[in-house]
Write a protein that binds this ligand. Structure first.
Ligand code: GDP
Ligand code: MG
Length: 443
């Protein structure tokens, strides 16, 4: 993805990355090229301006990071700001307290709504153990219903349809009723698109929205469409209300304009990325990883990670204190988890470790990140009080947490037990360490 943009930014940053000293003139010249690269990638002009301004300010005033050269720091700033443009953390799916969860898919024709409906249903079934029903509410093209039927068959999932004569609002309402009856806990409403935004379509989508009150409205956007996508997103959001964006066709040679403009223009998070036509080609969208990928430069990127680890040493000390007085909470735990996740896919990291190449079977190692996501979901479903005082989590609270996170009571129990053991272990460790005097614990 982002071939052209990536290359241009890489070329530009290549010049500065080796510099031991970066002058204001260097930054200025670099930013001229960055600006050009972004405009050429069809990024919204206002977004480009703000981006250039922010990076320039930070690069000139450069928040000093000991272990990076000034040139490398500039690369880091560009990476950070690119990630920021695409939105901070990826957010989880909001499931309804009372099933079924209704997810409405909207977008222009050909954006990938129907395909993404299948992909997302597949992902939700695998990752959250749900049983989706797919509803065909695009009645304008007979082929659209057929397409969803085919996807349903491939996935072994039920498809609800009333033919091409029915009212999409009725289809949506009846689909939800049918899901309740059949105990399908998620309903996807695959709606119609148009080649361009028109008032009839918006009215229809609003009617469907009013009728079924979806928990999520995902706008599906073709990443190839550049900054137009941001305007489309803005309109859909104003007219229908969007909760998240799915960017499709990131496997192709996209210019980057869509990905880099949408978040700034609409304020809506990009939640998933479509990476191909197959039904498993959908990934959660990770802005930092995407930014690193755009900039390539594995060497500098790994240095940046290391530098960040150093900054985190302060944090580590803080944590150590928390272990000692046992005030380590689920919030701290979550923070640790996110730190690890930021570094990228775990099995990839494993392979990069020195000497890893010599280990037999390392290529087959698969770290279960889904498991980590589930743990994260459980913690995020806790209240503030529960996170800091897990002792108060009784069985009715457990039930609520399991439901809210789309997991099971067993899973909640397992995590609570592990957390408790971890706390005990930490306590022991810090006791031991205190006994030995002032030896520093390496984390
Ligand atoms: P809809 O009109 O919005 O429902 O769009 P469709 O789901 O019918 O998709 C339109 C075309 O885009 C189909 O040929 C899909 O196979 C293709 N498509 C959808 N998502 C992706 C993706 O992430 N990558 C690629 N390469 N093709 C995609
Ligand atoms: Mg469709």
């Amino acid at each position: 993805a982002f071939e052209g943009l990536g290359e241009r930014l890489q070329q530009t940053l290549q010049k500065i990355k080796g510099k031991g000293k970066v002058t204001e003139a260097d930054v200025k010249e670099m930013m001229r090229e960055v600006r050009f690269a972004l405009i050429e990638a069809d990024v919204n002009l206002k977004v480009v301006k703000e981006f250039v301004k922010k990076v320039s300010e930070r690069a000139v005033g450069s928040d000093v990071m000991q272990s990076l050269t000034p040139g490398q720091q500039v690369v880091k700033i560009v990476r950070d700001e690119l990630a920021e443009l695409m939105g901070g953390e990826t957010e989880a799916i909001t499931f309804a307290k009372k099933p079924p969860t209704v997810i409405m898919m909207v977008g222009l024709q050909g954006a990938g709504k129907t395909t993404t409906t299948g992909k997302l249903a597949n992902l939700i079934r695998k990752k959250y153990n749900r049983k989706p029903l797919l509803a065909a509410a695009d009645v304008y093209r007979p082929a659209a219903i057929q397409q969803l039927e085919t996807i349903g068959k491939q996935l072994g999932m039920p498809v609800f349809q009333l033919g091409t004569e029915a009212d999409p609002v009725d289809i949506a309402k009846q689909a939800v009723a049918k899901a309740k009856e059949d105990h399908n806990d998620v309903v996807f409403i695959d709606t119609a698109g148009r080649l361009q935004i028109d008032e009839d379509l918006m009215q229809e989508l609003r009617n469907i929205h009013d009728a079924v009150k979806p928990d999520e409205v995902y706008l599906v956007v073709d990443a190839m469409t550049g900054q137009v996508a941001a305007n489309v997103a803005e309109t859909f959001d104003q007219q229908v209300g969007v909760t998240g964006v799915v960017l499709t066709k990131l496997d192709g040679d996209t210019r980057g304009g869509a990905a880099l403009s949408i978040r700034s223009v609409t304020g809506k998070p990009i939640k998933f990325a479509g990476m191909g036509e197959k039904l498993d080609a959908l990934e959660p969208f990770h802005p930092e990883r995407m930014a690193s990928r755009i900039l390539g430069m594995g060497d500098v990127m790994s240095l940046i990670e290391k530098a960040q680890t150093n900054v985190d040493e302060e944090k580590a000390k803080e944590l150590e204190q928390k272990f000692r007085d046992q005030s380590f909470t689920f919030d701290d735990f979550l923070e640790q988890l996110e730190q690890v996740k930021k570094m990228g896919p775990l099995d990839e990291i494993l392979k990069m470790l020195p000497g890893a190449g010599k280990i037999k079977g390392i290529d087959n190692v698969k770290v279960d990140e889904k498991q980590m996501d589930r743990v994260e979901a459980v913690i995020k479903s806790m209240t503030i009080a529960e996170k800091s005082k897990p002792e108060i989590i009784n069985s009715s609270r457990k039930k609520r947490i399991a439901r809210g996170s789309g997991t099971s009571i067993q899973e909640v129990n397992r995590l609570l037990k592990q957390f408790d053991e971890m706390r005990k272990m930490m306590k022991q460790m810090s006791n031991m360490q205190q006994g030995k005097g002032k030896r520093k614990m390496k984390m």
